[in-house]
Design a protein around this ligand. Sequence first.
Ligand SMILES: [Zn+2]
Length: 277
Amino acid sequence: MKVYISIDMEGISGIVDWSQVDFRRRPQEYEACRRLMVGDLNAAIEGVLEAGADEVVVADSHGRMSNLPPEEVHEAAVLIRGSPRPWMMMEGIDESFDAALYVGYHSMKGTERGVLCHTISGRVVDAIYINGVEMGEFGLNAALAGCHGVPSIFISGDQAVVEEARRLVPNIRGAAVKWGVSRYAARCLHPAKARRLIREKASEALKALDEFKPFRVDEPVEVRMRFVTSTMADVAALMPYAERVDGRTIRMTFDDYPTAFRGIRTAIAVAYPVEER
Ligand SMILES: [Zn+2]
């Protein structure tokens, strides 16, 4: 069995603040948090190996996408690191995989008790709707796996992201490693306990693979994006396919989901620099 793992940083056990996930702000704290990240990852890898996985591909998917210290990642895994890359947090996903797992994920922007909640870029994106349903990074990425026929079977992060994932994939196995008190505060499981939970649930998920179906969105795909400022919508609305809906919102329709995903990424890249003045 071949397994894909996408790993972010905001949902790793013990992490509650931006300064912990940004090497420029508090280098020593970031250094410690990379170790927490690799701890959660290796627990998930051990879990899937226990359940019969023989190939594991890991996509380091936070920030510049080179957070994991390579020599500390379980040697069973092939590591995809660095950016930019076309499929971002899902780089390398294709039909050859049997399952996709998400480690260290966070909830969509605006979630109550969602630790470090945001959707791709907190500076730029207020909300993204796919066919009328608001989606965070889990949904956007799980739909990409679904295009390749790959089911999404496991997620770890805070309680809020586990609940968000269950709304789209009701039987997804979840490991909640912290409970948000606010966006920047949480009650955290000890990392050793978090890792045990991740290992157990990841293993349980892969053993139950038969009960999962790929998460797919209907095509053609209608994307609505609400930006943080109207200037961002001003420039994003210049893109072919884009249509202005209101001050901060654009709408785009695409024939298939991978193209919609590229449209979302491009709109963010176009909008990102416009408030730097
Ligand atoms: Zn991140």
